[in-house]
Design a protein around this ligand. Structure first.
Ligand code: ADP
Length: 398
C-alpha cells in the first residue's frame, strides 16, 4: 500500500511517499516559497536520485500538482501513476476537543477542522488549504487527518482546566490542549516495544526537544499531562518561545513598552527563549559553540533549559505516581548528549542514571541507562511522517 503524507504550512509543503508494505520511504521533498517569487521543489528518492527545480507554484494546488509530477517523473519518479497512491495522510495541528484520534476526511470533518481555525489561526488554515488542494487534484483518493492535539485528549479535566473564569472555557474553549501528540505517541509506543514491556503498564515521560519543545506524561498508554497549553507557547523555554512565565509580566511589559497584543505576541513567540537569554542564537549547536568560547549568557540559556526540563520530569513523575521510562527525542533530544546528561543529573533519587558511553551514541534507538538504573532512559528518533502513514493505513484498511 502506497501512502502520501502531507504537511502543509503557509508557504511550504513537505511530503513523503511511503511503501507501507515495507515501511519504506520511496521519496520525500519540499515545495517551498509557495505563492512567492522563486518557488521551488526539492525532491529525493530512496535510491538517492534528487532534483531541485524552480517551478511557479501560485498556490497549494500548484504544489500538489508539482509533487505528483515529480513522483511520477520518468527520471526522478518512484511510481508510474497517481493511481498507485492508496491514501493521503495530512498533518493537522489543531483538532480542538472534537478529535481524540485520526479520522477519514469528509465534509463534516472538514467543517469541524475549520471550526478549530480560531484555536490555531497560523496553522490550521494552511493545513486545510493542503487538504483541499489534494482533494481537488487527487479526486477520490481517501484522505486522513492526523492531529497534533489528538493524543493529549485523554488528559483529565484537572490537568487541562485553567484557573480562569469558567465561562471562557465554555465560550471560547480556552484550556490546555498540548501539541506534538503524534511524536509523543510514536516514541512512547516505540519505548514499550523496545523494552518488551506492555504499553498499558508503563509510566513514561516523553521529552520532545527541538526548536519547539514539549514534554508529556504518558501513563499506561494515555497522556495525563503535557507541557504545551492552549497554544504551543506554553511550557519549556524553546528556541525563540518564552514558555511558562508569570502571566502578569505580559500586561506589565505591554504597559511599559506601549506594545500592542500583536507586538507582545511576537516578542513571546519569536524573540524570547534561549535566543533571548543568550543573545546568540536559537540553535543549540550555536549555543554550545558560544559556551566553548566562554559566553556566559549562552551557558545560562542552556542551564535554564535543562532546569526546566528536569522540573517537568519531576512533576510528571509525581502526576503519575511513579516513573518507569524517560524518552528523549527530536533535534536536541536525539543529538545533544551533554544536554541529556545535564537534564538527568540530580535525578538519581528517582532512579535515573545514564551511562556516559551509551549516551554518546546517536542516530538510532538506544537505552542509555546504566544497568542498575531503576528508570530506563531511552533515545528514540521521532518519525512523525511514518506515524501519520501508519494511522492512515490503519484507517483506510478498516
Ligand atoms: P523543529 O522543532 O524545527 O523540528 P528540530 O527537532 O530539528 O526542530 O530541532 C532543532 C534543534 O535540534 C536545534 O537547536 C539544533 O541545535 C538541534 N539539532 C538538530 N540536529 C542536530 C545535530 N545533528 N546535532 C546537534 N544538534 C542538533
Amino acid at each position: 500500500m502506497i501512502i502520501l503524507v502531507v504537511n502543509a504550512g503557509s508557504s511550504s509543503l513537505k511530503y513523503q511517499l511511503f511503501d507501507m508494505d515495507k515501511e519504506l520511504v520511496l521519496a520525500k521533498g519540499l515545495c517551498d516559497r509557495i505563492g512567492l517569487p522563486g518557488s521551488l521543489i526539492k525532491h529525493k528518492t530512496f535510491d538517492k536520485r534528487s532534483a531541485e527545480k524552480e517551478i511557479e507554484m501560485k498556490n497549494h494546488k500548484d504544489a500538489i500538482a508539482a509533487l505528483i509530477r515529480v513522483l511520477t517523473h520518468e527520471e526522478y519518479g518512484v511510481i508510474k501513476s497517481l493511481d498507485e497512491i492508496s491514501a493521503v495522510g495530512h498533518r493537522v495541528v489543531h483538532g480542538g476537543e472534537k478529535f481524540f484520534k485520526s479520522v477519514i476526511l469528509d465534509d463534516e470533518v472538514m467543517k469541524a477542522i475549520k471550526e478549530c481555525v480560531e484555536l490555531a489561526p497560523l496553522h490550521n488554515p494552511p493545513n486545510i488549504t493542503g487538504i483541499e488542494a489534494c482533494q481537488h487534484i487527487m479526486g477520490n483518493v481517501p484522505q486522513v487527518a492526523v492531529f497534533d492535539t489528538a493524543f493529549h485528549q485523554t488528559m483529565p479535566q484537572k490537568a487541562y482546566i485553567y484557573a480562569l473564569p469558567y465561562e471562557y472555557y465554555q465560550k471560547y474553549k480556552v484550556r490546555k490542549y498540548g501539541f506534538h501528540g503524534t511524536s509523543h505517541k510514536y516514541v512512547s509506543e516505540r519505548a514499550a516495544a523496545l523494552l518488551g514491556s506492555p504499553y498499558d503498564k508503563l509510566k513514561i515521560v516523553t521529552c520532545h526537544l527541538g526548536n519547539g519543545s514539549s514534554i508529556a506524561a504518558v501513563d499506561c498508554g494515555k497522556t495525563v499531562d503535557t507541557s504545551m497549553g492552549f497554544t504551543p507557547l506554553d511550557g519549556l523555554p524553546m528556541g525563540t518561545r518564552c514558555g511558562t512565565i508569570d502571566p502578569a509580566v505580559v500586561t506589565f511589559l505591554m504597559n511599559k513598552e506601549n506594545m500592542s497584543p500583536e507586538q507582545m505576541d511576537t516578542i513571546m513567540n519569536k524573540k524570547s527563549g534561549v535566543l533571548a537569554i543568550s543573545g546568540v542564537s536559537s540553535d543549540f549547536r550555536d549555543l554550545d559553540n558560544a559556551v566553548a568560547q566562554g559566553n556566559e549568557r549562552a551557558a545560562l540559556a542552556l542551564e535554564v533549559f535543562a532546569y526546566s526540563v528536569k522540573k517537568f520530569i519531576g512533576a510528571y513523575a509525581c502526576a503519575m505516581g511513579g516513573l518507569d521510562v524517560i524518552v528523549f527525542t527530536a533535534g536536541i533530544g536525539e543529538n545533544n548528549p551533554q544536554m541529556r546528561k545535564n537534564i538527568c543529573a540530580g535525578l538519581e533519587f528517582l532512579g535515573v542514571e545514564i551511562d556516559d558511553e551509551k549516551n554518546a551514541e546517536r542516530g538510532f534507538e538506544i537505552d542509555i541507562s546504566t544497568e542498575k538504573a531503576k528508570v530506563r532512559t531511552l533515545v528514540i528518533p521521532t518519525n512523525e511522517e511514518l506515524a501519520i502513514a501508519k494511522e492512515t493505513k490503519k484507517l483506510v484498511s478498516c
